[in-house]
Design a binder for this molecule. Structure first.
Ligand SMILES: NC(=O)c1ccc[n+]([C@@H]2O[C@H](COP(=O)([O-])OP(=O)(O)OC[C@H]3O[C@@H](n4cnc5c(N)ncnc54)[C@H](O)[C@@H]3O)[C@@H](O)[C@H]2O)c1
Length: 353
């Protein structure tokens, strides 16, 4: 089998997870480290043993042996970099979100279709052991009909995280903050498990903004599943706890509560004997390996990257493909729109002073 030649564009916080995932595969060469910051590119290449370094993505895309590219940069740059890579005939794994706007995201899915290249948006938690098990249980009817859900992420990001970045905490660079960045996964996984969500209402706030951020640090939304289940979703980056997620799904036959932390934990699966037995089998199985980068990113980049490399070779449809990324982007934008609308609605009850 011919080696797959891969390049990493953007050498920041999550880039090590990409090198780790591709390096673990047989017949893959991770060749290029590309970052517009020469020091970042050089030190990343040295640390991970990558043979080629550049500050100019055009050099990567001009390499005829490069088959695929990870786009691991700030949100506003995704559209331009992904479009250029697809136009150059490369397959693309882009970090979430697919793009800043639905229009840009739609243009990218059309371009992937036209060029016949794989475009996958990172949603690594769709590959978590607990999440895939819950998805199977829902499919097998072990929860019955979903009626309710409670989904939350509390995490802590300090002033330096925003103040030290030219894109985080800005509408132009990040497109929002707490939801589109940290809260993305809990929303994406819940949308996937419930079979789709629409927005009933939302509010976003600056409860304790860090490092001069102009975007939301806290957001809450009320969402509805396809058969009417009501889901509350909350996210904040202003907690004193670094990372803690909870996803609770309540069905007419059974309920589950699990997290997207590392290692992913099933906290509850109850309501019928079949579900309890499935949960016991899951929790007794072999547990997780150590994550390659920042702990709460988990280990499932490895699984998505293995799926991506297989899709490049055999063309199968991934569970985290560009359509899934676009659908989650649409939901994110609907929630932000509802939150902006909420701000325009005058309060009927006076705040208690
Ligand atoms: N899946 C996850 O769990 C996860 C975790 C963290 C970040 N992310 C996502 O990964 C992406 C990057 O996040 P990060 O925290 O690594 O960011 P970062 O700011 O730490 O790193 C981004 C790097 O991209 C470089 N860059 C920007 N524009 C470039 C260009 N045109 N060409 C080459 N290099 C360029 C920057 O110089 C920087 O070094 C974002 O989309 C973020 O939401 C995902």
């Amino acid at each position: 089998m011919k080696s797959l030649v891969h390049a990493v564009v953007g050498c920041g916080r999550v880039a090590p997870n990409h090198v780790d995932g591709f390096s673990a595969l047989p017949d893959v060469e991770v060749r290029w480290a590309c970052d517009r910051d020469a020091t970042a590119a050089r030190s990343f290449a040295r640390e991970h043993g990558l043979p080629r370094v550049t500050t100019d993505v055009r050099e990567v895309l001009a390499d005829p042996e490069v088959d695929s590219v990870s786009v691991v940069t700030g949100h506003a740059t995704h559209h331009g970099l992904v479009a250029a890579a697809l136009e150059a005939g490369k397959h693309v794994l882009v970090e979430k979100p697919l793009a800043l706007s639905v229009e840009e995201g739609t243009a990218l899915t059309s371009l992937a279709e036209r060029t016949g290249r794989v475009l996958s948006v990172v949603s690594q938690h769709r590959y978590d052991r607990v999440v895939t098990a819950v998805r199977d249980w829902i499919g097998a009817g072990l929860l019955g009909g979903l009626v309710s859900g409670v989904v939350s992420l509390q995490c802590g990001r300090d002033d330096a995280y925003y103040a030290g970045s030219d894109w985080r905490g800005t509408y132009a660079g990040e497109g929002g903050s707490a939801m589109v960045n940290q809260g993305y996964h809990a929303l994406d996984v819940t949308r996937w498990l419930t079979g789709g969500l629409t927005v009933v209402g939302a509010a976003a706030g600056h409860t304790a903004p860090r490092g001069g951020m102009e975007t939301e640090d806290t957001l809450a939304a009320l969402l509805r599943g396809p058969r009417g289940a009501l889901v509350t979703y909350q996210v904040t980056v202003a907690s004193s706890i670094t990372w803690r997620t909870r996803v609770e799904l309540i069905g007419t036959r059974g309920s589950v509560l699990f997290d997207l932390d590392h290692p992913g934990t099933l906290h509850l699966a109850d309501g019928n004997e079949e579900l309890r037995a499935a949960a016991a089998a899951l929790t007794s199985a072999e547990v997780e390996q150590a994550p390659p980068g920042i702990g709460y990113y988990g280990i499932s980049h490895r699984s998505q990257i293995a799926d991506f490399a297989a899709a490049v070779r055999d063309g199968h449809r991934m569970v985290a493909d560009d359509r899934a990324g676009l659908d989650t982007l649409v939901l994110l934008q609907d929630i932000y729109r509802a939150a902006r609308h909420e701000a325009a609605v005058p309060a009927l009850s006076a705040p208690v002073g």
